[in-house]
Design a protein around this ligand. Structure first.
Ligand code: DON
Length: 563
């Protein structure tokens, strides 16, 4: 009788249907919150939890769905970071699925014979594309931490790619900005444009080749992308367009798990991205500098001045020290130390901006950006994922490898092409982030967990170099008891050491604050658009209740669902 009962339960379980043991033996989630940049991606995650998946399976489904329904931001041709927390044993890790430079990449590959940077070479076309980490990341996440086979967790994304979905106005705006480059590659134009033009609002985007590539991944795991027919097509297509990819590049790509960066700010435990992203280190260093100030009690001009000065110093260290930890030594202990922060804090005058040129470097103007993507997931036991994924610029390099539907990244631009020269986000750097074969380019992506005695928050956002300051402002709002809705809506301002200017969204600063900040030596500039697309979820440890919020600057959705 017992056996019969057990058999019946087995028959009902995903194990019977899919033949894979649950890699992470977690109690089933009865409630889950997901916030992502697209309603269909949020739904895909919920669908997979409904099929018996855990939050890590849901993260696979959301990542893959975003690759289809938000192709401007991330995709199989890109990479990213998945920050994980497993509740039953408190295990935490970061899957580093950042792209790598091809093995034949060289330090001067974007320079002309006179040593000058060739404009846009690291941004447009096949040479700008590094070896993708996203497919390997999905396989790793699923096999090591998930319960369900990839065939199940990739099913919603495959369906979206096959049957298509209606495109919205934000997508079309980004598409418009990249029409020029997409038009120059028939495989790209054939998917995204209609007779070389931006298609009408709500037209249906179908991606049958991408559906097939996702199916190969579902059926064959990493070989489905990094070896065999898809790999052949990728390499052939990239080579034809004068890119550097070889079959060896694809075969050798591996994700790597890294210990997340940890910090503490006013009793809040912070867990965030480790190098190859600069996100966690810059965030924690800036918060350490700020920790001795009582920001809630200072007047608003001084508060913004102090935040700016902390960011200036932390981004300065980003430019000096940060890059791929597999290639360079990063003084992590020093950068995270409270003594080091105290030293930097002592150089801040409350009544005067320090020109960045006193630290180093020159001033100039970065371009704007609002692509890449972030999603946050948590269940009622505290299992959680924060993931920021990217192909860099909107629609990446603009180059789709023929017959694969895979839009390639232009992440090579996140390397330093030449010391002191700014990249697409106005970021500078030196040897630490120079191009080298097989190296990961420095990122600013900052998927983050925050925890105090009562709650856990999961958050992050796209936004290039501004990602870190956006997350910092959200942490400060969390510290002042804000809600998920308020973290994602905080009016934003930013300073990144170079250019030496406070950039701010319209309405963030009052006229009095603008003149107050200018009077102590800050330069200020209003951004053309509001920026960022933060996705956040919250779990109350005692009540086990969940909340989520999706930035109204974007068109995402946050859902909480009982199972
Ligand atoms: O890794 C990075 O820091 C960038 N490639 C992220 C790009 C991004 O967030 C674009 N959004 N504006």
């Amino acid at each position: 009788m017992m056996l019969k009962h057990a058999c019946f339960i087995f028959f009902l379980s995903p194990l019977f249907w899919f033949g894979q043991a649950c890699a992470a033996e977690l109690p089933k989630s009865t409630k889950v919150a997901i916030a992502s940049a697209h309603p269909l991606a949020t739904q895909a995650g919920m669908e997979i939890v409904g099929k018996g998946g855990n939050v890590f399976d849901a993260a696979v489904a959301v990542s893959a769905a975003l690759a289809v329904v938000e192709p401007s931001g991330s995709g199989l041709g890109g990479g990213g970071y998945w920050l994980l927390h497993r509740a039953n044993d408190g295990f935490e890790t970061m899957i580093d699925g950042r792209e790598k430079a091809p093995l034949s990449a060289s330090i001067d590959m974007f320079l002309d014979k006179q040593g000058r940077v060739i404009s846009r070479l690291s941004l447009d076309g096949a040479l700008a594309a590094a070896i993708p980490g996203m497919p390997a990341g999905l396989v790793h996440l699923s096999e090591k931490y998930g319960c369900l086979p990839l065939k199940v967790s990739l099913a919603p994304a495959i369906r979206y790619a096959q049957t298509g979905f209606a495109v919205g106005d934000k997508y079309l705006k980004l598409l418009q900005s990249r029409t020029g480059i997409l038009k120059s590659y028939p495989a790209s134009a054939g998917i995204f444009l209609s007779n070389g033009k931006v298609p009408p609002l709500f037209s249906i985007l179908r991606q049958p080749d991408l559906a097939n590539t996702l199916k190969q991944l579902a059926d064959s795991g990493r070989e489905g992308f990094y070896d065999g027919a898809i790999a052949d097509k990728l390499v052939k297509s990239v080579k034809r367009a004068r890119g550097l990819w070889t079959k060896q590049d694809l075969k050798e790509y591996q994700v790597i798990e890294r210990a997340p960066i940890k910090g503490e700010y006013h009793g809040i435990k912070i867990t965030s991205s480790a190098p190859s992203s600069s996100g966690g280190l810059v965030l924690v260093e800036a918060l350490n500098i700020l920790s001795a100030f009582d920001l809630q009690k200072t007047d608003t001009v001084t508060r913004k001045h102090l935040i700016t000065e902390a960011l200036r110093r932390a981004y300065h260290d980003r430019a000096l020290y940060l890059g791929d930890a597999d290639f360079i030594d990063i003084p992590i202990e020093r950068l995270l130390s409270q003594d080091y922060a105290a030293g930097l804090r002592s150089t801040i005058r409350p009544d005067k901006a320090l020109p960045s040129s006193f630290l180093a470097g020159e001033m100039s103007d970065p371009s704007e950006g609002n692509h890449t993507t972030h999603f946050s997931i948590i269940d009622d036991q505290g299992n959680r994922v924060a993931a920021t994924l990217s192909i860099n610029a909107p629609f990446g390099s603009g180059f789709v490898a023929s017959g694969t539907g895979v839009l390639l990244n232009n992440e090579m631009d996140d390397f330093v092409s030449q010391a002191g020269t700014m990249n697409g986000y106005g970021l500078i750097g030196g040897a630490a982030n120079a191009i080298a074969p097989g190296k990961r380019m420095l990122s600013s992506m900052t998927p983050t967990f925050l925890e105090n005695d009562e709650v856990v928050a999961v958050l992050g956002t796209p936004g290039g170099s501004r990602i870190i300051s956006m997350v910092l402002l959200a942490v400060l709002d969390f510290a002042e008891n804000g809600s998920p809705e308020s973290w994602v809506s905080v009016p934003r301002f930013h300073h990144q050491f170079i250019p030496d200017v406070i950039e701010y969204e319209k309405y963030t600063l009052s006229p009095a604050e603008i003149s107050g900040l200018a009077s102590i030596g800050h330069q200020l500039k209003e951004t053309r658009n509001r920026y960022g697309d933060m996705q956040a979820v919250l779990w109350h440890k005692k009540t086990r209740s969940l909340k989520g919020a999706s930035d109204r600057r974007g068109s995402g959705s946050a859902l909480v669902k009982n199972f």
